[in-house]
Design a protein around this ligand. Sequence first.
Ligand code: ARG
Length: 459
Amino acid sequence: QSNSMWGGRFKDGPSAIMQAINASIDFDKRLYAQDIRGSLAHAAMLESVGIISAEDLAAIQQGLAEIKQEIEEERFEFSAELEDIHMNIEARLKSKIGDAGARLHTARSRNDQVATDFKLWCRDSIDRMIVDVASLQSALVDQAENYADAVMPGFTHLQTAQPVTLGHHLMAYFEMLERDKGRLKDCRIRLNENPLGSAALAGTPFPIDREQTSSALGFDRPTRNSLDAVSDRDFALELLSVLSLSAVHLSRLADEIVLWASAQFKFIELSDRFSTGSSIMPQKRNPDAAELVRSKVGRITGQHTTLTLVMKGLPLAYSKDMQEDKVPVFTAVEDYELCIAAMTGMIRDLKANKGEMAKAAALGFSTATDLADWCVRELNMPFRNAHHVTGAIVALAEKQNKELKDLSLEEMQSVEPEIHTGIFDVLSIEASVGSRQAFGGTSPQNVKAAVAYARNHLL
Ligand code: ARG
């Protein structure tokens, strides 16, 4: 028999294949709470403009409250025949309260309904993820404070460059996440216009009050164009692109964790809680969580690509293609939240090995720039000349298999006769990081100030 929701002009019901490709209930049931919120706001508005009676509204409110409970207590029977969450809930409402339930869909279409529900879902997720990101940031800030003066090698090209502090390094990720949080907030601002009342595509002849539903649902204002409102999925694409970029940041941190936890680096130790063993090699302690965070960016970015290609070239207004907007967003949000949680756990538990980091920081002539800077300051040498002199001293040290601070004054003077004992003040890694006090640099004082600023202004 034909469909009870739209079967008026149909003789036959859909084939099983039609139903299989068409139904979205398996995934869009996750919108139930937003769907009910939207329906409650819509019904209250219909009543206040006189489209439905107060009794109808009361019945709708009662019925929807019961349905919400049925779903949350897993007593609700979802039906694929009823396609999606919207029709499942509406059909159940009708079976509970009869005609009043059948009046709910006045001045509304599933097109504005789903756009509204999905925006509410994205907004709820954004609000949650902003909190998640902040908790990862506060883990980073706490560890940055613990390791404000722990010296480690800073790299460029993964070659020893200059010493930095682990605190400074961790605060770099704080900054990335601060931008990510800003992008989430920004996405929320643009998303926050209410599509409800746009109906199928052209708007509605009923005297509805879109300001009322907007404020009831926490939207800043109604959308201005009904065609745009029902066919816009920018908010979903924008959210996916924010998550994809943030996942890139997480993957870079994850990669450093993998590297640092290796026997060759030994900079950090992950806790047992965030490590795994090997079924054959008894000595192993693997950073699987970090590796998985590193890899998830592929899935998340893939979801962004998926939805981009769904939306590409779609004519206005709604097309069923757009039903494929949800799985990418659900999946990406789920992956992202798990990544943030895993990363927060790893960072909170992480122990750094100050001795090994300092040892590594002293290798590779890491204070060569300090030597050159000293020549500029103390000998009034032009920087390019100082660079050349330092290069020659590094070559000498390399030949003798020594670090810079282990060269004698005479050896350095053989390259540049004016060098005096003052040079030894700047060749240690502690002196190197301690001297970088210009704003934004790696000195321990700067790290402490950045930590305090983050705690007072950003968290
Ligand atoms: N399940 C649909 C979706 O997620 C709801 C909108 C259906 N609208 C329609 N005109 N068939 O997109």
